[in-house]
Design a protein around this ligand. Sequence first.
Ligand code: HEM
Length: 158
Amino acid sequence: MTTSTGIAGYTYGSDAVAKSPISMEDFELLKQTVMFTEEDERYLRLAGEVLQDQVEAILDLWYSFVGSHGHLVHYFENPSGKLIEEYLAAVRRRFTQWIMDTCTRSYDQDWLNYQQEIGLRHHHLKKNQTDQVQSVPHIGLRYLIAFIYPITATIKPF
Ligand code: HEM
């Protein structure tokens, strides 16, 4: 499925995205738990203005980080260990959009639903389906949690 953004597999706000099992009340509690306030939201909007012309450079950096670690690039490979270039490229376009979504979207029900969808796409319930690839079926939660650090730390110079 290609949406109005023209990005294949990017289904933000469409009927193809299920409602998140996390309620808005739960979401508020999560925000409190990570100390996220309206001030953070304001700074994210500003970050969006600064980052919009730099998203390709950011993705170059993140992809070189993943590419230089065999245990991470593994999740973009087929069962024989060969990199699926088209998969990497398709995910990159949606990841680029995610940077702008994170900075510019309102954190409403559509936003929450798509975060759930992103989570599912790393899980065996939905990984590989969007791009119809035969890759590794599941990414362990430990790497999702660990990846928060490089994403946060490496964005700073931008
Ligand atoms: C903080 C942690 C992470 C965030 C925020 C994140 C974010 C994203 C986003 C935004 C997408 C595209 C979602 C879409 O389809 O619209 C994506 C897809 C993907 N990411 Fe991550 N990611 C994280 C960790 C990881 C890690 C550790 C790996 C392992 C190398 C990984 C591998 C992938 C793969 C293979 C896909 C494609 C999934 C599919 O088949 O649809 N991600 N990620």
